[in-house]
Design a protein around this ligand. Sequence first.
Ligand code: NAP
Ligand code: HSE
Length: 433
Amino acid sequence: MISGTSQRPVRLGLLGCGTVGGGVVKLLTDNAKYLGMRVGAPLEIARVLVRDEKKERVPELDRALVTTDPELVLGDDTIDVIVETMGGLDPAREWVERAIENKKSVVTANKALLAAHGPDLVERAHAAGVDLAFEGSVGGGIPIIRTLREAFASDWVQSLTGIVNGTCNYVLTRMNDAGLSFDEAVKEAQNKGYAEADPELDVGGHDAAHKLVVLAMLAFGARIDSKNVPTEGIRAIEPIDHRLAKRFGYVIKHLAVGRDAGEQIELRVHPALIAQSTPLANVSGVLNAIALEGAALGPCMLSGRGAGDMPTAVSVVADVLDVARALRSGVPGLMTRGIQMQVRKVVPIEELRSRYFLRFNVENKPGVLARIALALGDAGVTVEQMVQEEAPSGVHVVMTTHQAIEKELRKALNAIAAQSFVVRPTQVIRVVG
Ligand code: NAP
Ligand code: HSE
């Protein structure tokens, strides 16, 4: 028993002990004394479920607690809290639902699960009078979920712009700063424990879309199907785009953008040019940041390490602490009760008004530039800045536009794509801010 605490331990059942789960075990072990004092009862790891019993684990893990039998965790009535760090939808969904049904609070870092079934799980937790806590699901160690749930409870979030995928930000930074190839940078992110089990979830933008859906639940009270969030990854960004963006005074970041647009809600995930002078432009490597605009508060930005074992474990264990305290105080479920959601329609991307970075690779011959300008002009798209430089084949005509409606811009780009002078497909990156 921890000194200063005479209560029965709060028993934890861990589903998963990989990158994040390993960090959770380490933090629960290293900080056991202080955590117990903060809860008023010791936190005890009761069981740890994994797939492969023989795999090497963090040295802090008591191997005697490891099992591959889910019944030994989910069917154990002496376990108070389930900590899910397995990932994926199945069987995570079934096991989280079962835990909630059995009136156990759940802590999870699984944004894919929350994006697909978050509102349903919140309602189940609400009905069962338990908590569903998910600080680790967005922004790694950044306390963004708490901030939205508690600090913004008195205000209204008008917009949010975030770098929410550590892998994408790390890859873009390493390609830009160290000249690494895309594949080399992804490999590094995997070795550092930042990437998802399937890194396509990261570089394809899907993980950021999952996180945006989770943020939208709290920021905009929105119940969104992540399939409706326009999503683009970072595969199409080439080293030349970084260089040219810099020449125009921008950097390229992978962003999640949300805006309350009245009846509808604007949500999108894509690479974007942002001005070098903005705070988000300096958020590099594995760092994440989320800039919020509150109706009454105005601007507010949170930044920190967005992926990896220990930053995420800090968030997960903070949730364990909250849930355990609530349990010991006899008031479980308060955290989840404050979350109110309704179905909101996402603004179609074709209706977006934005500025754009366009890189045409075209033949170097008279009249080409005029025909590009004409097609853009016909669609009401006006050019803000333009440069031209030699390409391995032909030239690059590179420009930023003033505000334009996306469907009008696409019309112009389709007309240009049909011309015989086009050497390679045009690069299009939205400009944010
Ligand atoms: P990971 O390293 O692959 O760990 C997953 C763990 O779950 C492993 O211990 C694995 O067992 C276990 N597991 C998976 N499926 C299982 C099953 N069907 N039955 C029993 N055990 C199972 O993944 P991770 O990076 O820690 O990520 C875990 C979750 O946290 C994901 O939802 C991820 O999106 C989220 N997350 C990750 C990070 C990060 O930086 N990595 C940050 C925030 C949130 P074995 O070890 O035996 O294979
Ligand atoms: N794969 C995720 C990322 C982990 O790179 O951001 C943190 O959620």
